[in-house]
Design a protein around this ligand. Sequence first.
Ligand SMILES: *Cc1c(COP(=O)(O)O)cnc(C)c1O
Length: 375
Amino acid sequence: MKEFERIYLSSPHMSDEGYEQEYVKEAFDTNWVAPLGKNVDGFEQELADYVGIDHAAALSSGTSAIHLALKAVGVTEGDIVFCQSLTFSATANPIIYVGATPVFIDSDRKTWNMDPRALKKAFEKYTPKAVLVVHLYGQSADLDEIKALCDEHNVALIEDAAESLGTLYKGKHTGTIGDYGIFSFNGNKIITTSGGGMLVSNNEEKIKKTRFWATQSRDQARHYQHSEIGYNYRMSNIVAGIGRGQLKVLDDRVEKKRQIFSLYKEYLGELDGVVFPNENEFEYSNHWLSPMLVTKHVTPIEIMEALEKEDIESRPIWKPMHLQPVFSSYDYVGGNVSEELFNQGICLPSDTKMSVEQQMRVINIIKEVFGEKDL
Ligand SMILES: *Cc1c(COP(=O)(O)O)cnc(C)c1O
């Protein structure tokens, strides 16, 4: 027996009540094990109601939701898409799937997300078809400024809210403010279906079209007829059942994630060389992960190694897309903020199953790493 259990970055956390299994059981009992069914419709409706939007399409992943959002906007070969550089590659890959060209945009220290000033500069240089903004780690981007620029240039705004389900921007849910929003239910997200995603919009016609594309673009005909290229991107009724159960505990998860962030900030925020992200006046963050910056005395790698020795998981900040070998040939607009955040940042364990005692262990290990440096 190990003295301590492993502490995870962010692991799946099913409800204590077993809501997920009830929905899944019902799907089995009624033999709606195939894609489509009551859970898919229910999950779409319940998620749309939760975030306050008219329409939602349940899909197989957040990545497929971004892909179909780009298609819904009409992004196609040769088009340009402005994309936040500091993000997970899943944000940017679908730009390539549709044959478009990404131009990467730097982050703002204030939000860690797309810098409106860099976006403005990019608009002076290019005419894009869409802008893809991310709400990293649950922190909201400065949406009013970004949306104003998009409106001025008549360009669609897509919000990658994969990490920010439950985050509010000026009282509205992230993902519902741009023309399209996407959510992910991958294993490490704030709620999970084991894998899945959702595309949301107030545009009913486009969401209907998304469901059509996601089920192989089958025309209304007795035989199999296709006038467009289709995809096998629909969420299954089993998976959607897990999602319906998880939605019931989403508020609890947000609350716990916020407590985790506060505790880190309380105990580590005072250390010389530690900087936590802002909680800006316009947002209510779900704090999916608690990241911090280490600007002196120690390096993020030293902290990660000290934690790993104690069987505690942590990880670096996403490596910016403009620094990725696969995207090195594309343009980048901005300074070195995203690169600095990457170099100085670390994501601390933010698992909602983590107890306060476990979190205090994490905090003390980090303090020790600083202590050894003879402050
Ligand atoms: C997880 C994630 C995605 C992709 O979601 P999947 O469901 O894993 O395809 C996209 N963007 C960001 C920022 C993410 O964190």
